[in-house]
Design a protein around this ligand. Structure first.
Ligand SMILES: *Cc1c(COP(=O)(O)O)cnc(C)c1O
Length: 428
């Protein structure tokens, strides 16, 4: 459920008219709903609690929101106020999480290519755990912790060799992709780390993919993770934490319906029954996707004599790349629907690439030049993957709360854009 609804013939985000936001900020612009973000976090938190799942010291499991889904500081701060932690994959994301008020002990640091400087920054900031993804990375973390003279808590990211996820580009759990160590490596490295004066292995993590709409692959992966915990413990090694990653899918309109948070939590409780372990989760999409839309304006309706009809928008692939990159489906709705018959059209942006096509042959409600439209479910991996390709200004973001709204990332000016480049002295 989300808080984008028609009221008296026009779409609102909570109690704010989207037409009013578009008039004030211009388009394209992302608009996020605080109430939806909060609701998604709370629904997941409640589902985990009701399934009897526990985190460290008997408290609730850590929900480390995956910052990359939507890293806007206002979004992070909204979630931080509810007690969310942060799953980060770069120093930039750690800095964002800290700036938004996420306590360092609720931040975990994942990613296959962490650099020494980033690891050092993370340790000095006091973040709770480094998720180690390979043997060379383990050696690097040990070296950095020796340099700064502090023992560091690590968890091993294990690749459970289960493929899942809505698209090949977002499946991360197969043995042939770059993420994590194998089961046999995990056993060997865990034992080695336990004997290293600078490393304190505290647990295991996995994350098998994104936009997962079936429980079975997750259940299989989590079962293998449980077996590994038991094998390590049988060898006398301490395993306190098991971080099960993110990946839970969201309903993108005509897509397969994902499992509910309570079905997911019940599945986890079933797999982990009788195992005394602190659980953590790293959801991104399921928190943010349906809490945001991309608001755009129809520039032209272009009808080819042969019959193809193109709806040209002022938003493009640089603002929302998911359709071009993952063949993703986003529902497209008029903000002020008109009466009339539907028509089949391609929806495209102004960028000079054929890939700048949001959808082909889509049956759409009546639209005219100047109309506002909303790409639904665009709150995750939308603005966070935006760029200035074609020298288009970086898309701005707005956060709504009740009847209040604020620009939480302004649209840059062309001067801002140009001033970031520098001219080498030999061209003067
Ligand atoms: C991207 C990512 C997540 C979040 O994935 P969602 O599908 O958005 O829930 C969690 N953990 C790690 C390590 C990730 O890379």
């Amino acid at each position: 459920m989300n808080h984008f609804e028609l009221r008296d013939g026009e779409m609102f985000c909570e109690d704010v008219s989207l037409a009013q936001v578009a008039g004030a900020v211009g388009t394209p612009v992302y608009v996020y709903s605080s109430a939806t973000l909060e609701r998604h976090f709370t629904v997941l938190e409640t589902a985990l609690a009701e399934a009897g799942l526990k985190g460290e010291d008997g408290r609730a499991p850590l929900i480390a929101y995956a910052v990359k889904a939507n890293p806007n500081l206002a979004v992070l701060a909204t979630l931080a106020r509810l007690g969310a932690g942060a799953d980060t994959v770069s120093e930039g994301e750690i800095r964002r999480a800290l700036a938004a008020g996420v306590p360092p002990e609720r931040i975990v640091f994942s990613g296959v290519g962490k650099q020494a400087g980033e690891i050092r920054f993370a340790l000095e900031a006091g973040i709770s755990e480094i998720n180690v993804e390979s043997e060379p990375e383990m050696r690097l973390v040990a070296r950095v912790s020796r340099d700064i003279g502090r023992r560091v808590r690590i968890a091993f990211r294990v690749n459970p060799d289960v493929t899942a996820g809505g698209h090949a580009k977002i499946a991360t759990g197969g043995a042939d992709n770059k993420f994590g160590v194998s089961f046999s490596e995990a056993e060997r490295l865990y034992a080695e780390a336990a004997g290293d004066p600078w490393l304190q292995p505290v647990g295991l993590t996995c994350h098998i993919g994104s936009q997962i709409t079936a429980l079975a692959p997750m259940e299989a992966a989590f079962g293998r993770m449980r077996d590994l915990v038991e094998r390590l413990r049988a060898r006398g090694l301490e395993v306190r934490r098991l971080d099960l990653g993110g990946g839970l899918g969201v309903p993108y309109f005509n897509q397969p319906e994902p499992p509910s948070p309570s079905a997911y939590a019940a599945m986890v409780a079933g797999v982990m029954a009788g195992l005394d372990i602190a659980l953590a989760f790293e959801p991104g999409r399921v928190i943010a996707a349906n809490a945001g839309i991309l608001l755009a304006r129809v520039l032209h309706i272009h009808e080819r004599p042969e019959g193809r009809r193109f709806v040209v928008l002022d938003a493009a692939m640089n603002d929302l790349i998911r359709p071009a990159m993952y063949d993703a489906y986003h529902d497209l709705r008029p903000v002020q629907p008109r009466p009339g018959a539907t028509a089949i059209a391609d929806v495209v942006g102004p960028v000079c690439e054929t890939g700048d096509t949001f959808t082909r042959d889509r049956e759409l409600p009546p639209l005219e030049s100047g109309d506002l439209v909303a790409f639904m479910s665009a709150g995750a991996y939308g603005a966070s993957m935006s760029s200035e390709y074609n020298s288009r200004l970086l898309v701005p973001e707005v956060l709504v709360r009740g009847e209040d709204w604020a620009v939480v990332r302004p649209r840059p000016t062309y001067e801002d854009m140009l001033s970031r480049d520098a001219r080498p002295p030999w061209l003067d």
